[in-house]
Design a protein around this ligand. Structure first.
Ligand code: SF4
Length: 472
């Protein structure tokens, strides 16, 4: 039994990160899932989406087959998110339904992801959710086969969660959700310790993969016909800082662009590490998409300081101005928190002011949610829920206004769209422009996976419709 330890998880040393290639299945593990089905439910960010692609591949190597319906599966794994309270509530809500379903069908239940790294959650699982068969964390996905085997053989609850700085496991299999675009991890963890954020505790210290391993992965994706990669990390701009080699995110972007992949994207950026070198490389390569997700969090330098974000409002605006000057057609999205402890009406108005200057294409907006174990959770929360909701409403109104205004500029324009999947609209496919705008296009399946020129015929706040004008 290995339980999470938030104190241990906060620990950071200069120890070199171990890169491992020793993932392998035993003969017994290879047949454990034969004749059984699995369902993986994923919550949260792209990092979790990609972890679930690894989990599915591992289960299929063990003989399990995918079930399209959670009710029918013999094995259900919840890959959880700990970023906000409502993520917690959704997970416990589903656990309630699964508990009910287990009364009529023998289902094995596994629990992983960032909530598994939280002491309070694992404590609840040990005392209230004893029927959950196994728990593993974000650092040991490669241990799923042995944990699953132990839980199956012993029929006792298995908990193996490592609260450590973390390693890099290179040879974990992956079953990608999409055939045309792929997530590529470039780094794990984060050392920024923004005062409201649980990620440095749940994902460990910042650890960059070796450039050769990333470029090699992208090259094999190109060979497999992939059109787009998204380079993933909690704070991609800091890529390479822990590698003790003179190699930065700008170098990596250039080397990935040179693989010939048609589209390169990257998330998530941190304004503090976003330098001119990176902007110049984005501007230089046509296959690096003109789309930047640049979390602001707050427009008040006072609140940014309390958040531990290490930049001021002025520095953020200067960076945005630089980006828009060097990459004129760049689309910009962000994350904003309202109601952070100590946020006055004036502070909130500074956030609105930054939104009016940046005119974002869209934004993820949230009411502050204290995460146990983070410094902000101990700060005095002196804003009423009603006031927080009013601020969120006012902010969303402004964000929607600029999203629609920005989309209006696309009407009758011809833009490149990667048609990646079927749309919910009849006889349409959906895809994204280079600037990350969602477009529904009347087209048959023969266009799937193709980057086509689309004339935009109508626009809404969050999506557009268009028709193919020519093939690239
Ligand atoms: S940079 Fe992002 S992931 Fe890292 S602590 Fe701050 S908010 Fe969390």
């Amino acid at each position: 039994m290995q339980l999470p330890d938030m104190k241990e998880a906060r620990h950071r040393t200069k120890t070199e990160v171990l890169v491992k290639n020793d993932y392998v299945l035993t003969e017994e593990e290879k047949v454990l899932g034969v004749g059984k089905t699995y369902f993986v439910k994923t919550y949260g960010c792209q990092m979790n989406e990609h972890d679930s692609e690894n989990i599915r591949a591992i289960l299929e190597q063990m003989g399990y087959k995918p079930s399209t319906d959670i009710e029918d599966a013999d094995l259900v794994i919840l890959n959880t998110c700990a970023i906000r309270e409502n993520a917690h509530n959704k997970v416990f809500g589903l656990l309630g339904r699964i508990k009910h379903a287990r009364q009529s069908k023998n289902v094995m239940v596994g629990f992983c992801g960032c909530m598994a790294q939280e002491e309070v959650v694992v404590d609840a699982i040990m005392h209230k959710y004893k029927w959950i068969d196994f728990v593993f964390g974000t650092h040991n996905i490669q241990s799923l086969p042995s944990i699953l085997e132990k839980a199956t053989k012993t029929n006792t609850q298995q908990i193996e969660v490592l609260s450590c700085e973390g390693e890099i496991q290179e040879n974990i299999p992956v079953k990608r959700d999409n055939k045309y675009k792929a997530w590529v991890n470039i780094m794990y963890g984060c050392d920024k310790f923004c005062t409201y954020c649980i990620v440095p505790y749940t994902r460990g210290k910042q650890r960059s993969r070796l450039p050769k391993d990333i470029v090699c992965e992208v090259e094999s994706l190109v060979k497999d016909g992939y059109k787009e990669v998204t380079l993933l990390g909690q704070n991609v701009n800091a890529y390479g800082k822990d590698l003790n080699i003179d190699y930065t995110m700008a170098n990596l972007l250039e080397d990935v662009a040179k693989t010939g992949i048609e589209r390169v994207r990257f998330v998530t950026s941190h304004p503090w590490d976003f330098n001119d070198e990176m902007i110049d490389i984005i501007a230089k390569y046509d296959n690096i998409m003109p789309y930047i997700h640049l979390p602001l969090q707050s427009g008040s330098s006072k609140i940014l300081k309390l958040m531990g974000r290490r930049y001021t409002k002025e520095q953020y605006l200067e960076l945005v101005n630089n980006l828009k000057t060097k990459i004129p057609n760049c689309s910009l999205t962000t994350d904003i928190i309202v109601g952070f402890p100590g946020e006055t009406q004036e502070d909130f108005e500074e956030t609105l002011e930054v939104v009016n200057v940046c005119k974002y294409d869209s934004a993820f907006t949230f009411i502050f949610s204290p995460r146990e174990g983070t410094p902000a959770a101990k700060m005095e929360d002196n804003i009423s829920l009603e006031e927080k909701e009013n601020r969120l409403y006012e902010l969303n109104e402004l964000i929607n206004k600029y999203s629609k205004e920005n989309n209006d500029k696309y009407l009758n324009k011809i833009v490149p769209v990667l048609l990646e999947d079927y749309s919910s609209k009849n006889s349409s496919l959906k895809g994204y422009t280079d600037t990350m705008k969602l477009v529904n296009v009347k087209a048959d399946s023969s266009y799937l996976g193709k980057i086509v020129n689309v004339k935009i015929t109508s626009v809404k706040t969050w999506s557009m419709d268009g028709e193919i004008v020519e093939l690239q």
